[in-house]
Design a protein around this ligand. Structure first.
Ligand code: AVJ
Length: 306
């Protein structure tokens, strides 16, 4: 627990204040994220599921039989269900998720739906070293599954680092199935992070509520507002909480002062070109196998091998 406080304090002490997006996902944050996935403006989930539905036979064939699936972050479990339904006799499913309640709930549903697949949940922060359990049945190969374009949360160096961890985890002959959101018209991207119902704003502000509850800070949620803009030159959405006035916030013995208009970065969501993403994966050691797209070329599902 204490590395988290140290990390949060260090982030708020930077000249450009920041809070890691992994802190969004407490129980309420995970629920809000599921609501985001259903929003008309949030094209990512819907588009990725559409690609899966259209191309799943092809994807499953390329992955092969008797794999053990290691998923980084579990989401609502819908994509997982589609994948597991279509793979040829997978031996195990090993999800790693930072929200224990959310993980338990998703795994219960999946275990019921797939009694023949061994489910081995790991409640952990996957940006740190995690021991991965070994399934009872020997798998033909390991498949690391990382949907949703969560890789877009990481800056280049950290993304490569995480892909290297996945490369190690996949082991000899292993594979990576990964979702990557693509560059497109800025209005479409910005609308996805500025929905008309204000759910994304709630999701963003919820991180402060969580810090108050779990770490004892005293953020005034009414004194910060949500902002998300597409930075064309860095190819990413930058999500902020903006201080509406000059104010001080305390967390234990730490004090943070804000000037009016000062921003806390809470999330980057990088958008990729197909070439750019392949380059990233290849720096981590992966060989590209295939890419599946929707008709608009808004989102990609990509398969890599070691
Ligand atoms: C979970 C990182 C894929 O980047 O779109 C959605 C999170 N943040 N709305 C994204 C998110 C605000 C999401 N990822």
């Amino acid at each position: 627990m204490s590395y988290e406080i140290a990390e949060i304090v260090a982030g708020l002490n930077q000249p450009q204040k920041m809070i890691s997006p992994k802190y969004f996902y407490d129980k309420r944050g995970s629920k809000l994220f599921e609501q985001i996935c259903e929003l008309p403006e949030y094209y990512l989930t819907r588009t990725e599921i559409g690609i899966m539905e259209a191309s799943m036979n092809d994807i499953a064939r390329a992955i092969g039989r008797h794999v053990s699936v290691i998923e980084y972050g579990i989401g609502s479990g819908l994509k997982t269900r589609i994948l597991l339904e279509n793979l040829d006799d997978p031996v195990a499913f090993i999800p790693i998720d930072i929200s224990p309640e959310h993980l338990a709930e998703s795994c219960q549903n999946l275990a019921k739906r797939f009694p023949q697949i061994e489910v081995l949940p790991v409640a952990a922060d996957f940006t740190r070293p995690v021991p991965i359990p070994v399934p009872g049945r020997t798998a033909a190969r390991k498949l690391v599954y990382f949907p949703g374009s969560t890789i877009g949360n990481f800056e280049t160096e950290a993304a490569i680092e995480l892909l290297r961890v996945m490369y190690q985890e996949a082991g000899p002959g292993g594979a990576l199935l990964i979702g990557a959101d693509l560059k497109k018209d800025r209005q479409i991207i910005e609308n996805a992070y500025n929905d008309s119902e204000g759910i994304t704003a709630e999701f963003n502000l919820n991180v402060l509520r969580r810090l108050n509850r779990e770490f004892g800070s005293d953020f005034d949620l009414n004194a910060f507002s949500h902002s998300a803009t597409y930075n064309e030159s860095s190819g990413r959405i930058e999500m902020y909480l903006i201080s509406q006035c000059a104010q001080e916030v305390t967390l234990g013995e730490h004090r943070f002062s804000f000037i009016e208009g000062e921003k806390i970065i809470t999330e980057y969501c990088h958008k990729f070109s197909l070439e750019g993403f392949r380059e990233l994966a290849s720096v981590a050691g992966f060989q590209h196998v295939n890419t599946w797209l929707d008709a608009n070329r808004w989102f990609s599902i990509q398969l890599y091998e070691r």
